[in-house]
Design a protein around this ligand. Structure first.
Ligand SMILES: [Zn+2]
Length: 236
């Protein structure tokens, strides 16, 4: 089982880990800071270093309880060796800013329109979110983004902590997201933007909402009666 370093600290850019398993170009480590994707977020890319050799990590995914790093080339190192992992930090940091922005946008949509997220994809260049709302428009989308920016600018500290499942279930508003959680999970990772949003969530976030910069609405589309889509990006 790979220890997931990013769960406790989204800012780990480099780490040392032991190679547990190699299958052709696929490498499992005892711990990793690479996010394997999921929850609407893309996987991280980066590099594994062993001695003087560098290997590009082109894809990362979760298989059972392990994180598998797909290297561009088959490695020369062996199981039991120590390697250094380095994330493509500019890319990852952009994803973190986009992700925390998504939580704020979702919170505003929930508060103002009682809308839930029905889909979405966080990206590096642009992100999209689908909301279950009937009456909506480009103008209202602009208002939502404006409100989200007012919140982001407040510089709210994003809190990440772990709670026993039963205790987490007591938090109002968190239940709707629990349906996604595998039932065997005893402890849930909680991401809280105090007074704005609280969710059980497994992805990397910025530590303070001011790091998001400005949320910019790129496009608004109606994809159906109860499916309204916004595209956005963030800029400093
Ligand atoms: Zn999230």
């Amino acid at each position: 089982m790979t220890k997931l370093l990013y769960l406790k600290d989204s800012y780990i850019k480099e780490f040392e880990a032991k190679v547990v398993k190699i299958t052709e170009n696929k490498v499992v480590l005892d711990k990793t800071a690479f996010y394997p994707g999921g929850g609407g977020l893309p996987y991280d890319t980066g590099t594994l270093i062993h001695g003087s050799k560098e290997y590009r990590v082109v894809k990362v995914c979760k298989e059972d309880n392990n994180v598998v790093h797909f290297l561009e080339n088959e490695p020369d190192f062996c199981e039991g060796d120590l390697v250094k992992g380095i994330l493509d930090w500019d890319r990852r940091y952009m994803i973190m800013r986009m992700h925390t922005a998504a939580h704020i946008l979702a919170a505003v949509m929930y508060k103002e329109y009682n809308a839930l997220i029905s889909g979405g994809a966080i990206g590096v260049e642009e992100s999209r979110l689908d909301f279950t709302v009937e009456k909506f428009s480009r103008l209202l989308a602009e208002e939502v983004v404006l409100k989200a920016n007012e919140i982001a600018k407040k510089g709210i500290e994003v809190k990440i902590y772990f709670l026993p499942r039963e205790q987490a279930l007591q938090i109002p508003g968190i239940v709707k997201l629990l349906s996604r959680m595998p039932p065997q999970v005893k402890e849930l990772r909680i991401v809280e933007i105090p007074d704005i949003d609280i969710q059980a969530d497994g992805g990397p976030h910025v530590a303070n909402t001011s790091e998001i910069g400005e949320i910019v609405l790129l496009k608004y589309e109606s994809k159906g009666r109860l499916r309204k889509r916004i595209y956005y990006t963030v800029k400093k």
